[in-house]
Design a protein around this ligand. Sequence first.
Ligand code: ZN
Length: 414
Amino acid sequence: MKSIRTALNCLVSLTTLLTVSPVHGEVEPPMSGTAPQLRLNNCTEIAAMFPQTAPGQSSLDEALASKHGLFTQQHGSDIEYFAYIGDKQIAVSNYSPLTGEMDLKKRDEDLQRKTEEKLAALERKFAITVSRNQTIKHAANHGAKLEKERAIDVRQPNFGETLALEYALERSLPTTGSKTELQFLFPLQCSLNGALAEWELSTKNKPTVVVEPGTGDRQLEYVLMHELSHHSQYKMGLDPLAPFNWKMTHSLGWQTFTNPLTGETDWAIATTTGLLYKYSSSMRKWISCNKSGQPVDCIGSRVAHQREADHMTSKEIASIAKVRPCTAYMSNPLEVMAEGLAMYRMSKVHRSALLKKSPELYEIIKDFDQKLIAKHYGAGMMRSVDGLVVSLNDSAESHVRDFESHIIASTPTP
Ligand SMILES: [Zn+2]
């Protein structure tokens, strides 16, 4: 049987971000799975990076801002430290021009303090825990067998990452109950085999989001919202250790199969004409298959090897799928759903892109999301178009209806 871990892994791959890039506005080059972290412990180290710094020392500000996940720009005579979160530029602090190393040390301490205060506030507001600089014991429960608990070095997220976390949490409500049930870990070393982040259950059944080093340099808030979408699945009672039993994967246009000859169990995506395709990670193609997952050719006859089967690219499959996925991260229905939820909640632009790309997935996601909101808050709340949970009233409903009508009217029929 195919490893359950593969199904559960939340591999928000670079391919995904590249595919979503029209929404994000730019295409970024691939990064290494072992992207080095910027680890600067003191001002001397920062200064050593820029030995030729000109008077005014603006490069020192840039280096310090980078350490805290921020950017700088001139603001009058001051230097403004700011972050890009979602589609917004968020001002963090204004500082006077540097006069010496002591100034740099003070603003470093100021940013550290602000980060700590923000994290503590998030932990209280959302009933979560976030890692600090320490060594912890952790192991994931992937169902097939429990990992052995191991010591891992984790860190406190920097200011930019903390702001991204705040953005994601605010738009992924409800995330937690009254007690702390969700933890975020930022390990110092990569451990997810190329993934940017993962939602997982610990061996103590604690829902956990693991964020790999380097992910903060990407659009972290989107990655976190994808992971929080997996938490939404969990909160709605979808068992992460038995994903093949999720009935809603059928409404997402997928079928589970077990090949009696090989024991392989997996999903296949259905097309509008009722054909089935399963993903081959070795071929990086979608393989035409029968209801038992056995490869077939273009007229539906069984073939011995999948390389002889009819096959398609992800783009081709997405265009003929019964329920079209919204990004190329579509290897299984769990991820299609997580991508849909993340886009639905992330921003007006993302929600608009989801509706344009796949109206059928949009409706499924909207229904699922509203049921989760109703389960947690009762019937009086709903998701606004910018992702926040608001009171359900005529005005709020009308705003969503107008938004959807406008998108549908302006989208050409495929
Ligand atoms: Zn995922």
